[in-house]
Write a protein that binds this ligand. Structure first.
Ligand code: SAM
Length: 204
């Protein structure tokens, strides 16, 4: 699958979009009521299903969905808003001043696997920069996405391993991994292919 995300949205070719929030996020919000509060950033939010799930879990959460694609942001804004959710068009790697050290939480889901692997250290830095000291990152990392051989044109492009995540995030000195788990529920076809990782932002 090519990575001209704007073109995918224009072509209405968005196989990653399941029309509902990620089941591991829904379950996590149920089992950790009001834990994800304050300002929350969701990079690569697409149409914002996860943004709305977080915003709906605690009316006090200020959830901001960020996406590179103007069409995705436009479509996300057209869906009935939940509490104070907001959307912003922009690049995670080039955050504006007001989004630096600004967030209590960052929720990752299918953004990490969408960026080129040679930018993964930049991703670690960008998420660290967005979070305030002591902030937390919760990620559903898609470790083993379908490749073109198994689902032509279907899956997100870049898988990774849990060891790589540990190495990149912890060895950067910017994050400490608090917990990892294979989610009990997943979108159909993603069972056992994801890892739910909770991390704390360090001083760095
Ligand atoms: C595979 S899609 C997943 C979208 C959404 N998380 C979902 O599950 O429906 C990856 C998304 O990341 C966005 N994206 C890719 N690189 C980005 C960047 N540097 N900054 C912000 N968004 C980015 C794309 O536009 C796309 O919407």
């Amino acid at each position: 699958m090519h990575t001209d995300w704007e073109q995918h949205y224009r072509d209405e070719h968005t196989p990653w979009d399941k029309g509902e929030p990620a089941p591991p996020l829904v379950d996590w919000l149920d089992t950790h009521p009001s834990a994800m509060r304050g300002r929350v950033l969701v990079p690569g939010c697409g149409l914002g299903h996860d943004v709305r799930a977080i915003a709906g879990s605690d009316a006090r959460a200020e959830v901001v969905g960020l996406d590179l694609s103007p069409t995705a942001v436009k479509l996300a804004r057209e869906i009935s808003p939940v509490n104070g959710e907001r959307y912003r068009e922009g690049d995670l790697f080039d955050l504006p001043e007001g989004m630096l050290a600004a967030f209590d939480w960052l929720f990752e889901h299918t953004c990490f696997c969408a960026i080129a692997p040679d930018r993964r250290d930049d991703y670690v830095k960008a998420t660290w920069v967005a979070l305030r000291p002591g902030g937390e990152l919760l990620g559903i990392f898609y470790l083993d996405p379908y490749d073109d051989e198994h689902q032509p044109g279907g899956g997100p492009p870049h898988g990774c391993t849990l060891d790589e995540l540990k190495e990149r995030f912890e060895e950067s000195g910017r994050f400490r991994i608090v917990s990892t788990a294979v989610p009990e529920r997943a979108y159909q076809g993603r069972e056992q292919r994801e890892c739910l990782v909770r991390m704390k932002r360090l001083e760095g």
